[in-house]
Design a protein around this ligand. Structure first.
Ligand code: NA7
Length: 532
């Protein structure tokens, strides 16, 4: 006789994904045990408490839409919410829907094994708890496994070290200190201006200059907020129609960048620059179609940098090369202006890398720089890192790290063959970080719940994607990516930022088509999956 599970499902992670998943399971009468390594809800927003941390999707869009009552009740203070406000929102949602009771906090999953005989997942944590469940739902986030380069001498440095993705809860006082920031992606670009305000001296180590557009953040006035709330359903529907699942606050210009005169282009780029943030990539319909067309926007941004940054040598070092939007476009609050401060210095480590950390600081190109503190803004083992760190073993002893040794393969970014009843939310192979993550989370949680219910209604205990479905989905994801400029740069979308990680473009490009595909799969009674 087969063993019975302790609960229907284990949900790993209490970020926005795990929270909504838990809510849906509870609502549909399924029992669930949540496991979260943090002490409370919030996921990415629980850990990323570095100064200046802010969402790059507008508040009215970066929020749940499953409950109109919730979206009407919550008021955002700013156009782009900062981390503290987003974390307050996560806590509010947890309170409203009673989501904490079924979570075990301060517990990190250290193994998840599929028991073939009983068709159950056995999930164990570093606190000694083991839970047996029919379904395993991994809501571990796209950007939650931090990446800290393994510089020689890491242990030698006598000062304090921090990673932006694991920031002390009580904050850090850099007053009067000599501080280094390594990394100039979104996190570095957001953290550098406030750290520069406080620190005695700040030195930024830049390997690749990133494109950033001012967020143009501002308080969200009642009138704007109330207008959106009055037609929230329509506003959300507009967001869901966009290729990135947000953008209801701005218009995508369908014009070709080649059809405009230089003066028209400059004026148009200026308009989008002044609007701020990601919208800049919507300034022309074909901006991301060709390198030649894209270069017009790149040069516009470089001219802005040359205009803002007073020291010409620093300005040139800050000028990014390559395609804008290939790596995720950053949005900032006074980033370039910060380099005009006399206490801020830029060290280019593109041609000569950081050699080592020393007792006193950082050594590169024969020069030792002395610091009291080093901030690693060096990013994440994105999309797959948080899954692989859970040590997952599927049917017949197949390890996820072995199956994905050449890169992640799955069906719809949701299920990988050989791992029955395991679901990954906003995983590789889904639009994930290329789209509004909360919208993607809702879509996945709803799909998974519906699929489990359907399977149970048919009397099945086991769900698995057919190998053919997985192969064809992998091909679709690759074909999609190959039609874009995304694979042309060393981004974390490709795993290129982590030494030794397979170089595979992981997210699915195209949110609306993905939504249609999910609907088709449901309408066809999950024909590409096997049930048992
Ligand atoms: P990112 O975007 O991966 O940025 C990491 C930065 O750290 C980037 O500038 C890297 O340079 C730099 N880096 C990484 N390793 C090194 C070494 N060894 N030496 C010097 N510099 C290094 O992470 P973020 O946290 O900023 O942003 C992640 C996402 O969060 C972001 O896209 C938003 O979606 C929110 P590189 O570019 O690799 O040369």
């Amino acid at each position: 006789m087969k063993s019975e599970p302790d609960v229907d499902a284990v949900v790993v992670g209490a970020g926005f994904g795990g929270m909504y998943m838990m809510h849906l399971l509870q609502q549909h009468g399924l029992t669930a045990q949540g496991i979260e390594r943090g002490s409370d809800v919030g996921g990415t927003w629980y850990w990323n408490r570095y100064p200046g941390c802010q969402c790059d999707v507008e508040s009215m869009e970066y929020s749940y839409q499953f409950s109109d009552e919730l979206q009407q009740k919550w008021d955002w203070s700013k156009r782009y919410a900062g981390q503290p406000e987003i974390l307050r929102y996560a806590n509010h949602v947890a309170d409203e829907f009673n989501l904490r009771d079924n979570f075990l906090f301060d517990a990190c999953v250290n193994a998840a094994n599929y028991d073939d005989a009983n068709e159950l997942w056995s999930v164990s944590t570093d606190t000694g708890t083991t839970v047996n469940a029919r379904y395993l739902i991994m809501a571990t986030g796209c950007l939650s496994a931090t990446n800290t380069p393994d510089f020689p001498g890491m242990a030698d440095f006598a000062g304090d070290t921090y990673h932006t993705g694991n920031w002390p809860h009580d904050g850090v006082d850099f007053s009067g200190k000599k501080v280094a920031v390594i990394g100039t992606g979104s996190s570095g670009i957001q953290a550098i201006p406030p750290i520069a305000q406080q620190a005695g001296e700040l030195t930024v180590f830049q390997r690749t200059a990133a494109y950033t557009v001012p967020a143009q953040n501002k308080p969200l006035d009642d009138k704007t907020q109330n207008e959106i709330k009055a037609n929230y359903a329509e506003f959300r529907a507009m967001g869901r129609m966009s290729p990135v699942a947000f953008g209801a606050t701005f218009s995508f210009n369908p014009m070709s960048v080649f059809d405009a005169t230089p003066e028209e282009r400059k004026a148009n780029f200026e308009e989008f620059w002044n609007f701020g943030g990601f919208s800049f990539l919507a300034s022309y319909g074909d901006l991301s179609a060709t390198v030649e067309g894209n270069e017009f926007a790149c040069e516009f941004v470089r001219d802005k940098i040359r205009e803002i940054v007073k020291d010409p040598e620093t300005a040139e070092l800050l000028c990014p090369q390559g395609v804008i939007g290939c790596k995720r476009l950053c949005s900032d609050n006074g980033y370039y202006e910060t380099f005009n401060q006399p206490n801020v210095h830029l060290v280019d480590v593109s041609t000569h890398p950081i050699d080592r950390l020393t007792v006193n600081g950082i050594e590169t190109n024969g020069v030792e720089y002395e610091f009291d503190a080093i901030v690693f803004a060096t990013g994440y083992d994105a999309l797959t890192g948080s899954l692989l760190r859970c040590n997952i073993t599927g049917a017949n002893g197949l390890k996820l790290e072995d199956k994905w040794s050449a890169g992640p393969t799955n069906f719809l970014g949701l299920m990988t063959t050989g791992f029955p009843n395991m679901f990954t939310m906003t995983g590789p192979g889904s639009p994930s970080a290329l789209a509004n993550l909360i919208t993607g989370i809702e879509q996945h949680a709803e799909f998974i719940t519906q699929l489990i219910q359907w399977s149970q209604s048919q009397g099945y205990q086991c769900i698995e994607a057919e190998q053919g479905a997985e192969d064809s989905w992998v091909e679709t994801v690759n074909t999609r990516a190959a039609k874009t400029l995304y694979p042309t740069c060393n981004s974390w979308y490709l795993g290129a930022n982590v030494p030794g990680k397979p170089r595979v473009f992981m997210p699915y490009v195209g949110f609306p088509e993905y939504s249609e595909k999910l609907k088709t799969v449901v309408a066809e009674d999950y024909a590409e999956m096997r049930f048992g």
